[in-house]
Design a binder for this molecule. Structure first.
Ligand SMILES: *Cc1c(COP(=O)(O)O)cnc(C)c1O
Length: 413
């Protein structure tokens, strides 16, 4: 007896309190989109906002838009909105730069706050760009600091009196496993270390409470669960208590206390703006701002509830429908231990993902052998999960994934 039928899931979709949000997005007909964790879809409101920004703000009002349309404060204003999604105060968050660049700025600032402590501690499962940025910083500082990597489960024991900063991504991009932010932050603080949380796979996916965890520093991505658009600006968070002593090395003019005094010497702004460097990409930032406005209409607790239901359903259907086809669920079965994605391991993961994409089940592959499915409650239906697993089962039973063309690796997987 199957655990559920497709009709049961259609009923759940009809009762879903979030169902009205699907219509807020442009969703191509026939696509089952399991990649909103990597590139969120286009909110309809973004089309209108960016069109107005181009035609009226840029096209008509030209440079006066910096004042007239508030472009100059947009990084702060959009940051203040993101603050509401991550349990921070509006004056602690700035929307700017990329996640990578923000990692660089915050790690460098943390080192300055922690003299005599040479170690940046992270885990071997962290997203590579975070590690690469620290490696670049280590090179720049000529051996004064070092990056130390330990296994994911060994972080807490590895924190000691040499640790300046613990730098972690809350939700593992490859397994979906989620760190306990409050517990690790508390352990770091007991040892005198600071913590930088990368919230790229968390923000917009579930409620986050940076204040509740007493977090020091954080960064996150704008184009994943926030739906800000390709290459959307990222954000950074600096706890109020650290802002006075906070100094970051990319000290550009828009982080200056009075940029339009054109002083020869840098003097940091008195607030979170000191974390800003140069001019933000205004059109992209407006796209992010429009997407955040939509997120702020949503009850994040309802998002989390549906995310858990979708991911639990996905795993149960994989167990039931794809048994014997060589898949292992690598995402934790306990809801508290995972974010909003389900990952499967399979030795032929790459061609299977290509075969799914050819059938318009859009998901992605992460080397060496992971098939990754993002679950995004705002526009995903329970029946979509059923249909995707049915297609996967069909591809495995027919051997359709063996087609030669599915082997060829593209630049982006
Ligand atoms: C997606 C992601 C990034 C992206 O960094 P970019 O600078 O936007 O390329 C960084 N860190 C983590 C953990 C991510 O998941």
């Amino acid at each position: 007896m199957p655990i559920l039928t497709r009709d049961d899931l259609l009923d759940r979709d009809r009762e879903d309190p979030l169902q009205r949000f699907r219509d807020a997005f442009v969703m191509p007909e026939g696509v089952l989109y399991f990649d909103g964790n990597s590139l969120g879809p286009l909110p309809k409101a973004t089309l209108e906002r960016i069109d107005r920004a181009i035609r009226q703000e840029w096209g008509r009002d030209l440079i006066q838009s910096w004042n007239a349309h508030g472009w100059i404060d947009l990084s702060v204003r959009t940051g203040g909105k993101i603050a509401r999604l991550i349990g921070a105060s509006p004056d602690e968050v700035l929307a700017c730069d990329s996640t990578s660049v923000n990692v660089f700025k915050l790690v460098a600032a943390a080192i300055r706050l922690q003299p005599g402590r040479p170690v940046i501690l992270s885990d071997t499962e962290n997203f590579p760009t975070d590690l690469y940025m620290v490696q670049g910083l280590c090179g720049l500082l000529g051996g004064a600091i070092e990056l130390r990597l330990v296994k994911e489960a060994e972080i807490e024991q590895a924190i000691d009196s040499t640790t300046a900063l613990v730098m972690l991504t809350q939700v593992n991009y490859r397994s979906g496993r989620r760190h306990d932010m409050a517990a690790i932050t508390a352990a770091a603080h007991r040892a005198g270390a600071l913590v930088l949380w990368d919230l790229s796979h968390s923000t917009g996916a579930f409620p986050i409470d940076l204040h509740g965890a007493n977090a020091d520093l954080a960064v996150g991505c704008g184009y994943k669960y926030l739906n800000g658009g390709p290459g959307a600006p990222a954000f950074l968070y600096v706890a109020k208590r650290h802002q006075h002593a906070f100094r970051q090395p990319l000290s550009g003019w828009l982080g200056h206390d009075s940029p339009f005094m054109f002083d020869l010497d840098y003097r940091p702004a008195q607030d979170i703006r000191r974390a800003q460097s140069g001019t933000p990409p205004i059109l992209s930032l407006i796209g992010l701002d429009a997407a955040i406005d939509l997120m702020l209409e949503v009850d994040m607790n309802a998002v989390r509830r549906k995310s858990i239901e979708l991911s639990s359903l996905f795993m149960a259907l994989i167990d039931e429908q794809c048994d014997g086809h060589g898949f292992t669920v690598v995402t934790p079965r306990e809801p508290e231990q995972r974010g909003s994605q389900v990952c499967l391991r399979h030795s032929e993961g790459y061609p299977i993902v290509q075969a799914l994409c050819a059938r318009r089940v859009i998901c992605d592959f992460r080397a060496a052998d992971i098939l990754r499915f993002g679950l995004t409650p705002l526009y995903m239906r329970f029946a979509d999960v059923w249909d995707a697993v049915a297609i996967l089962r069909e591809i495995m039973q027919s051997g359709g994934w063996r087609q030669e063309s599915f082997q060829k690796r593209a630049a982006v997987t």
